[in-house]
Ligand binder design. Structure first.
Ligand code: AMP
Ligand code: ZN
Length: 115
C-alpha cells in the first residue's frame, strides 16, 4: 500500500476538506490556499506526476479535468480560473501524486510568472 500523502487522503487515513468524490476522482481544498478558491483534483489511482502519464491514463485524466471544470463553476469561478500542474524538480512539485490545482475566486489572479 502506498504511503503517499494523497493516497492516504484517498483512503481516509488523513482528513481533508473534500468537495467531490467518485470512484476515480477526489477533490479537496488545499491546506495552504494561495487564492480565495484553491482546491486540488486528483485521480484516486496513484500516478506519480504528469511526466508518468501514458495512454492508459487518458480516461481517468479526462474525468479529472471535467470534474475540475465543474467544481470551479460550483465554487463561483464564473469568469475564469487557473489550473496548475507542477511536475518534478523543475516544476517544484512537492507531493508526488499527480494533482491539478484550481485557483480563482478573486477579481484577477497575479501574473503566472514574474519576469
Ligand atoms: P505541489 O506538489 O507543489 O503542486 O503542491 C502540493 C500542494 O498540496 C500544496 O499546495 C500544499 O499546500 C498541498 N497540500 C499538502 N498537504 C496537504 C493536505 N494534507 N491537504 C490538502 N492539501 C495539501
Ligand atoms: Zn499516491
Amino acid at each position: 500500500m502506498s504511503d503517499c500523502l494523497f493516497c492516504r487522503i484517498v483512503r481516509g487515513e488523513i482528513p481533508a476538506r473534500k468537495i467531490h468524490e467518485d470512484d476515480h476522482v477526489l477533490a479537496f481544498h488545499d491546506i495552504n490556499p494561495v487564492a480565495p478558491v484553491h482546491f486540488l483534483v486528483i485521480p484516486k489511482m496513484h500516478i506519480t506526476s504528469m511526466a508518468a502519464l501514458g495512454e492508459e491514463h487518458g480516461e481517468v485524466m479526462g474525468k479529472v479535468m471535467t470534474v475540475a471544470a465543474r467544481l470551479a463553476a460550483e465554487q463561483g469561478c464564473v469568469d475564469g480560473f487557473r489550473t496548475i500542474i507542477n511536475t518534478g524538480r523543475v516544476g517544484r512539485q512537492e507531493v508526488y501524486h499527480l494533482h491539478v490545482h484550481v485557483l480563482g475566486g478573486t477579481e484577477v489572479l497575479p501574473a503566472m510568472l514574474k519576469r
